[in-house]
Design a protein around this ligand. Structure first.
Ligand code: SF4
Length: 357
């Protein structure tokens, strides 16, 4: 619900409506976004159209969207200091996707590693939306003329694609969109509890952001550590241990040093290290859990945030689309057209179409 922020650079980022936000999302993205709220004109979008490209339950989608919005607000995306909305509430995302598709390279799309990854995970659902997903992402960004996009390392290829689409459109139709720049946060990759793949809800290797202290400890207790530390007396290498990575996100400098020195010298055991981390995480996330409970108790407020965000974004998107339609030669209802015989096909805006016969 930001006001008077247009002198600031615009930031755009999308949030998958998974319903469950985990500490990987928090450290890799959310916390960095929250730090940007005062310095940028921030727009954050729950990307339900993107979520349709992989198997999902339509009946559960509205609740997932709402839940995701609330957790993100609780994690620091204060709706009074940024714009939050739901992608499908602003129809122009789909329209711009089509137009940008005419400027996008098929060969580049074929090279997208996320497409290859998702088609191998869902071989029975290789749909065109999955293939053109990066074009929708480019449309999300360019629709608001965003100059800055906070990205994790797995999104750099999609952002580079969006930058190419931007250059291609500007080259063909005239300077329209600023080329979005990536912004990397301090922690970019948190591994799952088994330390084999990136933390993700779908792999079930995550710690939910809203987990209570007991759940945090129960998940950390069995989490993988440096495999070289078989016995308590074996020295370890904290840099290869995911527990150390999570310490970097939640612990004080003093505790990080304690973990690093204790690990290398075998002065501490992994259980000590994890217990200290569990305590730090629980304390650090307590305000997030508290804010979430407050939002959950105010469904009307959450609904208003969604409506307000959609209204603001619709207006901004419409300004961009007016320019895009004009530059690309797309017709609008206010255009007048003449048939070869000089008979007017469209009379004026809001008037009925007349048929030539
Ligand atoms: S002491 Fe800590 S950083 Fe070292 S291997 Fe064990 S859990 Fe990982």
């Amino acid at each position: 619900m930001t006001k008077g922020t247009h002198a600031k650079k615009t930031v755009f980022s999308g949030i998958q409506p998974t319903g469950v936000v985990h500490i990987g999302n928090y450290l890799g993205a959310l916390r960095n976004w929250a730090d940007m709220l005062d310095d940028y004109d921030c727009i954050f979008c729950v990307v339900d159209l993107h979520a349709m490209t992989t198997p999902y339950d339509p009946a559960a989608m509205p609740e997932s969207v709402r839940e995701t919005l609330m957790v993100n607000m609780a994690a620091g995306l204060d709706p009074e200091r940024c714009t939050l909305f739901v992608q499908s509430h602003v129809r122009a995302h789909a329209e711009l996707t089509w137009i940008l598709g005419t400027c996008a390279s098929y060969g580049e799309l074929l090279r997208m590693t996320q497409f290859k990854d998702k088609t191998s995970r869902y071989p029975e659902n290789v749909n065109c939306g999955l293939f053109t997903y990066p074009i929708l992402m480019a449309a999300d960004i360019l629709l608001y003329k965003a100059e800055v996009v906070p990205v994790g390392e797995d999104q750099t290829q999609h952002l580079e694609f969006a930058r190419e689409v931007c250059r291609s459109f500007n080259g063909r139709f005239g300077e329209t969109f600023p080329e979005p720049q990536p912004k990397f946060g301090p922690v970019t990759r948190v591994m799952g509890l088994e330390n084999k793949a990136k933390m993700s809800k779908s792999l079930g290797n995550h710690i939910p952001l809203l987990a209570e202290p007991e759940e945090i400890w129960s998940l950390l207790r069995t989490a993988a550590t440096d495999p070289a530390r078989v016995r308590r007396t074996d020295p370890g290498t904290p840099e290869i241990c995911n527990i150390h990575t999570i310490h970097l996100g939640f612990s004080s400098e003093e505790d990080i040093l304690w973990c690093e020195e204790g690990c290398r010298s075998a002065g501490i055991g992994c259980v000590d290290c994890k217990k200290r981390l569990a305590g730090n995480m629980s304390a650090s996330l307590a305000p997030v859990r508290e804010r979430y409970k407050q939002y959950a108790a105010e469904p009307d407020y959450v609904h208003d945030v969604m409506l307000h965000g959609a209204k603001q974004c619709e207006q901004r998107a419409e300004r961009t689309m007016h320019e895009v339609r004009k530059k690309t030669g797309c017709t609008t209802k206010s255009n007048r057209y003449l048939s070869p015989k000089g008979i007017q096909l469209f009379r004026s805006e809001n008037s009925k179409q007349t048929r030539e016969n």
